[in-house]
Ligand binder design. Structure first.
Ligand code: AMP
Length: 292
């Protein structure tokens, strides 16, 4: 069946309603487009769980700060359509910003403590924008399953919280990070990197791997685990927003104490001018690079 392109919220609602009326379950994969293999793995995951899979392609203005890259964020709807069709999607929802935020709109979904640490400290209003658009997408789709990447770990935690708190009857599925063979986490923003910066960007996954090695060897000191990642990131990064070890569920940073048997190690740094994020849950996931 040909991939359907939906532009208006009302069309999105109708297409999802019609799918459910046919007895098909609806799955949703929210994205900002410029799709890569990481996004496509989410689409394939959704397709395993739902007959009607809608991929949303929307560069959501409310989640960008005034000095962030909203204007130059990569956009390629025709390319995205071809990619998601081959990954098994049924429809693409690509609305105009004015359709998602009609004139006079002023309602926002405010997230609680999960939006405070990590990226929340450096991107004021970001998670409010994310939560607002995700709530709108959930309402339109009435999806029974939504797939998000663990690449945006804090976002995933917030979306889970949102679905629970606002009583959305949707199962939020977290999908593992898809990486290049050399460890770099796939990201639409990798397109901004020069060849030299692309090399430097490996410092993020190398930092995770270094900490994972220590953790596997029994290290549980939060400072030492953080320092191991920081030491690799420091020489490569233009600036580091944070390297934190935190509770993997509550996201509260561990400070300088001992970490538990599952610990989130998360980082955000600029390579050149490009802000990249990466993370892993120590004790739960294999490190980005095979350990020797
Ligand atoms: P974005 O288009 O960057 O907003 O991402 C859309 C969705 O794709 C989010 O749920 C991301 O976490 C997920 N995603 C982005 N990159 C990756 C990756 N490398 N591996 C897995 N999921 C990803």
């Amino acid at each position: 069946m040909a991939l359907e392109l939906l532009k208006l919220p009302v069309d999105m609602r109708r297409a999802c309603d019609a799918a459910r009326a046919r007895g098909e379950s609806v799955g949703i994969v929210p994205t900002m487009g410029a799709l890569h293999e990481g996004h496509l793995s989410l689409v394939r995951e959704a397709k395993k769980r739902a007959a009607f899979v809608v991929v949303t392609v929307f560069v959501n203005p409310t989640q960008f700060g005034p000095s962030e890259d909203f204007g130059r964020y990569p956009r390629d709807l025709p390319g995205d359509m071809a990619k998601v069709a081959s990954a098994g999607a049924t429809a693409v929802f690509a609305p105009e910003a004015s359709a998602m935020y009609p004139p006079g709109e002023e309602t926002r979904v405010k997230v609680g403590s999960l939006s405070v640490p990590l990226c929340g400290q450096y991107r004021p209003g970001h998670f409010e924008g994310v939560a607002t658009v995700v709530a709108k997408l959930f309402v339109l789709a009435g999806a029974s399953v939504a797939v998000f990447g663990r690449k945006d770990y804090q976002q995933l935690a917030i979306v889970r919280r949102l679905a629970t708190d606002l009583l959305f009857p949707v199962e939020v599925v977290g999908h593992p990070i898809v990486r290049e063979a050399d460890g770099l986490a796939l990201s639409s923003r990798n397109a901004y990197l020069s060849a030299e910066e692309r090399q430097k960007a490996l410092a993020l996954s190398k930092g995770l791997t270094a900490a994972a090695r220590l953790f596997a060897a029994g290290e549980r000191d939060a400072t030492l685990l953080r320092d191991a990642a920081f030491a690799l990131l420091k020489p490569a990064a233009t600036s580091i927003d944070y390297v934190d070890v935190a509770d993997p569920d509550e996201l509260t940073p561990h400070g300088n104490g001992a970490v538990g048997e599952r610990t989130l190690l998360a980082m955000a740094a600029r390579i050149g001018v490009t802000r990249l994020i990466d993370n892993m849950v120590l004790g739960e996931e294999p490190p980005p690079l095979a350990t020797k």
